[in-house]
Structures are given as structure tokens and as C-alpha cells.
Write a protein of this length. Structure first.
Length: 196
């Protein structure tokens, strides 16, 4: 019969297998959240990221920059309203201030701006057309259903926009339309993340 071990003994054995954390892991534990907090403060207030980073040694500031960049990249989104536009601009300014290869960053930013501008201009027009088309289609289907049930060919005034099926279909269509923009945006964010 095997020897029975306590939970503490099992935990010690597992820790021994894992080994000591590297210096890089320790730095991430210590400064990773500092970068995330700094990015949050930057987005809400007028903080100079470069000046804030000078308070730390080079190794720590690299970890902090990584955390800041992660948060700023996550905050670049489709400009559904004016607030999102402001956050996009501020996040992009912050990323550019921390990256060394400003030209490569600006090249990716120009692609991102194209996507965001297209979403704002063409996307809004396309959404409106799709909405009106869906509304007309639902109105026709409801009129047809009423004709089949009652045998009367009367024009009823039914507000299809309040129908749950209409709302569900509109949400699905909207997500599908925005998905194309979101996929491009994610691709460009990955390109940005890879730039030094």
C-alpha cells in the first residue's frame, strides 16, 4: 500500500516541480498591474505617460509599458458615439507616445482610421438601409400572416419594431455587419502590439 501524503506535502512537491519564478515573472507580478492602472488613469485624466514611466527603472518600465499598451489597445473600438471617438484618439496617442517605431505605428493607425471612418460614414448608411429593409420585410410577412388567418386583405398598422422577432433579427444583422469591422480592427491591433 502507498504512503498517504498530506495536502501540504503534495503542495510542496508541486512547488518544487515548478521551481523558482524568474526575474521576468517577478517583474510582471510586481509591475503588471501598475501599467494597467496607469493606462486607466491616462484615459480618464491628462497624464503624461512618458513622464510617469521615468519614475521606474528600465526593466520595470518595460513591463509597465506592456500593461499600458494592452489596456490602450483594448480601448480602441468602433466609434458608436462621441465618447468612443475621444477614447480611440486618446488611446492611439498614448500608444504612439510609448512605441519606438513611430512610422510603423502611424502606418497601422492610418489603416485603423480608415476602418473607423468607413464605419462612421458608410456603416451608418448601410445600417439604416438594412434596418428599413428588414422593417419592410417584417411588415410584409405580418400582413401576409393576417391575410392567411382572416382571409381579409386589409392594411393593418402594426409596429413591427416592437416585435421581439424583429428585435432579435435586427440584433443579429447588426452584429454581423459590425463583425466585419471588428475583425479588421482586431487584425490591426495585433499589428500594433507587435511593433516595438
Amino acid at each position: 500500500m502507498g504512503e498517504i501524503k498530506t495536502a501540504a506535502e503534495i503542495a510542496r512537491e508541486k512547488l518544487a516541480q515548478i521551481g523558482e519564478p524568474t526575474e521576468e515573472e517577478r517583474l510582471k507580478w510586481k509591475y503588471g498591474s501598475v501599467g494597467e492602472k496607469l493606462a486607466a488613469v491616462y484615459l480618464k485624466e491628462n497624464v503624461n505617460l512618458v513622464n510617469e514611466l521615468q519614475k521606474y527603472n528600465e526593466k520595470a518600465s518595460q513591463v509597465i509599458i506592456s500593461g499600458v499598451n494592452d489596456i490602450l489597445l483594448r480601448n480602441i473600438s468602433l466609434p458608436r458615439n462621441e465618447s468612443a471617438r475621444r477614447i480611440n484618439k486618446k488611446a492611439m496617442d498614448g500608444i504612439k507616445s510609448l512605441k519606438e517605431d513611430k512610422i510603423a505605428v502611424e502606418n497601422v493607425f492610418s489603416k485603423i482610421r480608415q476602418v473607423l471612418d468607413h464605419y462612421t460614414q458608410e456603416g451608418a448608411r448601410q445600417k439604416k438601409q438594412a434596418y428599413e429593409s428588414l422593417k419592410a420585410e417584417f411588415e410584409e410577412k405580418l400582413q401576409e400572416a393576417v391575410r392567411k388567418q382572416t382571409g381579409v386583405d386589409a392594411k393593418l398598422n402594426i409596429d413591427v419594431e416592437t416585435q421581439p422577432q424583429f428585435q432579435d433579427e435586427w440584433q443579429r444583422m447588426q452584429a454581423q455587419m459590425e463583425g466585419q469591422y471588428l475583425n479588421l480592427l482586431e487584425e490591426y491591433k495585433k499589428e500594433l502590439a507587435a511593433i516595438k
